[in-house]
Design a protein around this ligand. Structure first.
Ligand code: HEC
Length: 168
């Protein structure tokens, strides 16, 4: 007896997920010029070269990954992480007066220069063992540069200069 296949061909759900992810990635990748910017940088770009081509607008979208724990608008306060308005250039572990920073972050000392933010955001727990920022990090240096450029726009100095919309 011949068995007839009546069910239409369907992908198993995990491949559907994979396809959706690939599609989402393509849409994201195509909606900005990050590939072009990467190519313009050559083989071993330095941090300042990444910053030179950084895109604060894309950084604002990437900030979505931080927004679960951080606000970035003036006076918006803390979530499970300290408010980040005007954090670039501030002494480490001081951006929020009310936030309970870990001893690990407080003892780091120094100032949040863009270079330091780059190291921190790559892998927080590696840079500051014992930190309570339970975020895996941004492995891509262009992503980090974009986020740092965005943070620079959410600052007293940039007020009125940049008209980028603030994220929550
Ligand atoms: C899961 C929650 C969480 C996520 C996601 C997260 N953070 Fe944090 N962040 C924290 C916490 C908690 C601290 C305080 C760490 C400590 O005291 O050790 C912190 C601290 C910081 C600080 C230091 C602030 C200061 O006053 O010194 C910066 C800068 C920062 N985060 C940036 C980011 C950025 C940018 C992202 C997204 C790429 C991000 N964080 C994602 C929870 C988070």
């Amino acid at each position: 007896m011949i068995e007839r296949v009546t069910r239409p061909f369907r992908l198993p759900s995990h491949s559907q997920h994979a396809m959706l992810l690939a599609l989402a990635f393509l849409v994201t990748a195509c909606s900005d010029d990050s590939q072009e910017r990467r190519r313009s940088l050559g083989d071993t770009p330095s941090f300042s070269e990444f910053m030179r081509v950084a895109d604060a607008g894309r950084g604002g979208r990437l900030f979505g990954q931080c927004a679960a724990c951080h606000t970035v608008r003036m006076g918006a306060g803390d979530r499970s992480g300290p408010g980040l308005y005007d954090v670039v250039g501030k002494p480490v572990a001081t951006n929020s007066r009310r936030f309970g920073y870990t001893g690990s972050l407080r003892s780091l000392g120094g100032v949040w220069t863009p270079e330091r933010l780059d190291v921190w955001l790559a892998a927080p727990a590696k840079f500051v063992p014992g930190t309570s920022m339970s975020f895996r990090g941004l492995p891509d240096p262009l992503d980090r540069a974009d986020v740092i450029a965005y943070l620079q726009t959410q600052a007293v100095e940039a007020e009125g200069v940049e008209a980028l919309p603030s994220r929550p």
